[in-house]
Structures are given as structure tokens and as C-alpha cells.
Design a binder for this molecule. Structure first.
Ligand code: BES
Ligand code: ZN
Ligand code: ZN
Length: 504
């Protein structure tokens, strides 16, 4: 059933777009309907027919526009794909345009991009757009026509640029390929059916993936070990399922690291709500509730593969939240690793319980910066919509940095506060140290973050609530497919890159 199509190879070249040996040449076109930058020779080769042909096709040179033009021999490649770039293309415009272009390509072996590449950032955006836009999930497709469609992807992608021998440009290309592969791996894990990605199966898959990356050590705690280690949150959430929980840890220790980054991800392989059962319709997408774990693991593997000088501790608690005779009950009291007790009010607020153990484990490694990623609250989706993640935490600078990096890499984050008022509610249990849930839904994303804050001590910490953007149940757009999106992976890699720069 499973199959892997090799990702295309990516190279830089200073060849000319008119003479390059490729099946397809992608050119950028502005609102004046002139081919931009390195592609102007292609426009010239078409001569006077270029503009009227594009106009006939309804193409106006705006971002999002795409037109497929047979070259009829005016240049060496058989097909030109024109993508609109607007007036002043930013890396974001280029990423989206490249994604749009690859979706328009069929049955091509080699695709060449002749888009403007002012600097290494532009090259990174084009390569990421091409890899992210070309994503398909075909694990469960068995029919011939579907399998053929899935196999229809280029073998080679060439980016034409005068920077083809520039060290920064080549490094940007490597970073793009590693980052996009991590995003696509996250998408694969999220899209996999929850019966095929139980906590044990997910942990096995991580062990397998980590074999390809030198220097990453993986440790898996099974249910017996979790009990020995005092991880009562993970065990409590997992106790209703016939598939027992796990905690996966990855470590990467380069020589002379500039910083130590710890990442923690929510790994609920399916969230039925438990005894506080969700209505059927809201359960449909709950295979995505392990997207935080998938993101932090895939990002860790990418950062290590890029050999960034940042020490990493990655912790992913994995459990299936199910109702049964052995399930966690509202009213139960759990003991989190380290001894804090929590009164459970709603078994559907399970993410914070597994993350509490995960945060304590990660914090024991004494990181400089701690970031958790979780599809944590529906309230965050209500506040910010489906395409923007919330960022909360105890450090304004880190929160701002996440927003800024997100803007650069094409992921939207917006800061939300943790107020004293919500914190006082977290510490207001009648019988235990903490209460897990606030019966009033108002400010639910803030309450969840205030709960998590109880487990991070004084460490500089950010919490990314990706409940909205982790899963796209509407249509594909830009470089984002339907289904699992891989949201947050690019920002996590960007954060590690920024921590790595601190020693330069
Ligand atoms: N996994 C959900 C949050 C979620 C909602 C993720 C929508 C993705 C899309 C989480 O475990 C949950 O059920 N949260 C509850 C919390 C409530 C009971 C306090 C929610 O948001 O309704
Ligand atoms: Zn839940
Ligand atoms: Zn959940």
C-alpha cells in the first residue's frame, strides 16, 4: 500500500532560459505583461505575440495568475509556464508563484525556474514553493489512474540564477530542501489514518526516520517506563485506549552549540474527547491532533541534518484519547512528573495533560529556549481563524521573534496574552494543586497556556497553538495542500537558524 516517490533533485544553474534543456521553463511576468528579469529573453523570443497571448488567456500578471504557453520552438523548452509576480515580488510572492507553477506542470522530467533571484532568500523561497506545492499524499491510493497521477512529478528542478556558485545561495538551496522535506514528512504523518498511526506505530516511524540523520539519538518510553518516570498526565490520557501511550525523545548535541533549544509537541494520535466525547462532526479531523509532535520531530531532524550549531532536545508525548471502561474520568486527579497534582474537569482538554509531562521532561535538560507546539484549543481557532496560529508565553521578545520569523517563512502567528486573571483560575482547584479546565469557554486559549506555564519554571518559553492552521479541511491554496499542512515546521527551523547565528 505504501509507496514513496523520490523528491526531485534541485540544482542551481547559470544557463540561459531560452537554450536550457528542460521540458518546462517557468517565467515571472509583471502587470505590464513583460517577462521579468532573467526571463526577458523568453519574452523576446515570443516577440509580439507574448502579450496578446497572455491577455487572451485572462492572465494579468497579478500574483496567483498562471498561464501555460506552448513554445512551438521559439525556445528550446517545449512549454513555458507564466506566473504573475505583481509589481515587486517578495520571497512570499515567489514561494506562492513557484507552488502555483508546479501544480500546472504535468509529465515533465525537468522543470526550470527563470524567476528573479536577487538574493539567497529568493532562491530558498522558489525551492520551498516548488517542493511544498508539489506535495501529494498517495499512501492509500490503489487505483491505477490515481497512482499514475501521484507519480506524475518532475525528476529534476533547476533554478536559473547568476548566484549559481554563490555559497549563500547554495546553502539556501540545501536549507530549502531540508525544510520542505520536513514539512512534507509532517503532512504525511498527519494525513495517515489514526488506526495506522497509534502511539507505538508513530514512535516506530520516528525511530525509522531518525536513522537517516547522523547525530540524532532517539529514546522511546513505553507505558511501563512512563509509570516509572512518573508521567501521570500521559498515562491518564492514554488509559482509555487499547493502544498504550509513548514518549519519544530526540537529542542532538553538536560541538560548541550557540544555544540549547528544547521543543515539545502534542502527540494525540486521535482525539475522540474521551468520556467528554466530541460530537461526531468535530471528531472527523482529530487525526490531526498529533501535528504538534510531528512538527517538532520533523523540524528536529531537519535542523540536525543541516548541522546547525544548536543543541536540541525534542520531546513528544503520544497518546490516544478514547472513551472506555478504563478511560480517564472528570473528577480524577492526576500526578504530573515532578509531583504537581491536577484535577481533571473535561477529558477533552487532554493536550495540556500530556504536554505538562513533556514540558517537565524537556525542562530537566535545562534548555535556553523552550517551545511547545500543539493543536491545543478550539478557542484559538475562534480567536484567530483557521490560517493563523496563536503564540503565547513568558517572554515578549521570543513571542515577537516567532511572529517575525513566521512572516519571513510564510507562516502566520499572532500574539495572545497570559493574563493574571486566567492564571488565578488555573490555581483554583478545590482539591488539587491545579484545575485542568475552566467551565467558561471565554479565553480558552489563554487558560490552556496559563496551565502549561505552571510546568516551565523560569525558562524562556513560547507556546504555539496551531489548532487552526495544522489541518486544512477546505481547498488547497498557495503552497498549502488540503489535509495536513505542516504548519510551524518552517518557523521552528527558522528559529534554530536564528539561534545558530548568535555566535557568528
Ligand atoms: N484537539 C482539540 C483542539 C482542536 C480543536 C484542535 C479544533 C484542532 C481543531 C483539544 O484537545 C480540545 O478538544 N480542546 C477543547 C478544550 C475544551 C474542552 C476546554 C476545545 O477546544 O473545545
Ligand atoms: Zn480534546
Ligand atoms: Zn486534542
Amino acid at each position: 500500500m505504501a509507496s514513496k516517490h523520490a523528491e526531485p533533485s534541485f540544482t542551481l544553474s547559470s544557463a540561459s532560459p531560452t537554450t536550457t534543456r528542460a521540458d518546462v521553463v517557468v517565467v515571472g511576468v509583471g502587470p505590464d505583461l513583460k517577462a521579468v528579469g532573467p526571463a526577458d529573453a523568453v519574452g523576446d523570443a515570443f516577440g509580439r505575440s507574448f502579450k496578446p497571448t497572455l491577455t487572451t488567456l485572462g492572465f494579468r500578471g497579478k500574483p496567483g495568475d498562471v498561464a501555460v504557453l506552448p513554445t512551438a520552438g521559439v525556445i528550446k523548452a517545449a512549454t513555458v509556464i507564466a506566473v504573475g509576480l505583481g509589481d515587486d515580488p517578495t520571497p512570499t510572492t515567489l514561494r506562492k508563484a513557484a507552488a502555483k507553477a508546479v501544480k500546472a506542470v504535468h509529465n515533465a522530467t525537468t522543470v526550470t525556474f527563470a524567476l528573479p533571484t536577487a538574493d539567497a532568500d529568493a532562491i530558498r523561497a522558489i525551492a520551498e514553493g516548488a517542493l511544498l506545492g508539489g506535495y501529494r499524499f498517495d499512501r492509500y491510493r490503489t487505483r491505477d489512474e490515481d497512482r499514475e497521477a501521484a507519480a506524475d512529478r518532475p525528476h529534476a528542478v533547476v533554478i536559473l540564477t547568476r548566484l549559481s556558485r554563490d555559497a549563500d545561495a547554495l546553502a539556501a538551496l540545501d536549507a530549502a530542501v531540508a525544510t520542505a522535506a520536513a514539512v512534507n514528512r509532517t503532512r504525511d504523518w498527519v494525513n495517515t489514518g489514526p488506526g495506522d498511526l497509534t502511539p507505538a506505530a508513530f514512535a516506530d516511524s520516528v525511530v525509522e526516520a531518525a536513522k537517516d540523520v547522523a547525530g540524532v539519538k532517539v529514546t522511546v518510553w513505553d507505558e511501563a517506563r512512563l509509570a516509572k518516570e512518573g508521567c501521570g498526565g500521559i498515562l491518564g490520557v492514554g488509559q482509555g485506549s487499547t493502544h498504550p501511550p509513548r514518549l519519544v525523545q530526540l537529542t542532538y548535541k553538536p560541538k560548541n552549540p550557540s544555544a540549547h533549544l528544547a521543543l515539545v509537541g502534542k502527540g494525540i494520535t486521535f482525539d475522540s474527547g474521551g468520556l467528554s466525547l466530541k460530537p461526531g462532526a468535530s471528531m472527523m479531523t482529530m487525526k490531526c491532533d498529533m501535528a504538534g509532535a510531528a512538527s517538532v520531530i520533523a523540524a528536529t531532524l531537519a535542523i540536525a541534518a543541516l548541522e546547525l550549531p544548536v543543541r536540541l532536545t525534542c520531546v513528544a508525548p503520544m497518546a490516544e484519547n478514547m472513551p472506555s471502561g478504563s478511560a480517564l474520568r472528570p473528577g480524577d486527579v492526576l500526578e504530573i512528573r515532578g509531583g504537581t497534582t491536577v484535577e481533571v474537569h473535561n477529558t477533552d482538554a487532554e493536550g495540556r495533560l500530556v504536554l505538562a509531562d513533556g514540558l517537565v521532561v524537556a525542562n530537566e535538560a535545562e534548555p535556553d529556549v523552550l517551545v511547545d507546539v500543539a493543536t491545543l484549543t478550539g478557542a484559538c481557532v475562534v480567536a484567530l481563524g483557521e490560517r493563523t496560529a496563536g503564540v503565547l508565553g513568558n517572554d515578549d521578545a521570543l513571542r515577537g521573534q516567532v511572529v517575525e520569523i513566521g512572516e519571513t517563512v510564510g507562516e502566520a502567528f499572532w500574539p495572545l496574552p497570559i493574563t493574571d486573571e486566567v492564571t488565578s483560575r488555573v490555581t483554583s482547584s478545590d482539591i488539587a494543586d491545579l484545575r485542568q479546565h475552566n467551565p467558561k469557554p471565554a479565553g480558552g486559549a489563554l487558560f490552556a497556556a496559563a496551565f502549561l506555564q505552571q510546568f516551565v519554571g523560569e525558562t524562556t518559553w513560547a507556546h504555539l497553538d496551531i489548532a487552526g492552521p495544522a489541518f486544512n479541511d477546505a481547498g488547497a491554496y498557495d503552497e498549502v495542500p488540503k489535509g495536513g499542512t505542516g504548519a510551524s515546521v518552517r518557523t521552528l527551523v527558522g528559529l534554530a537558524e536564528s539561534l545558530a547565528k548568535k555566535i557568528d
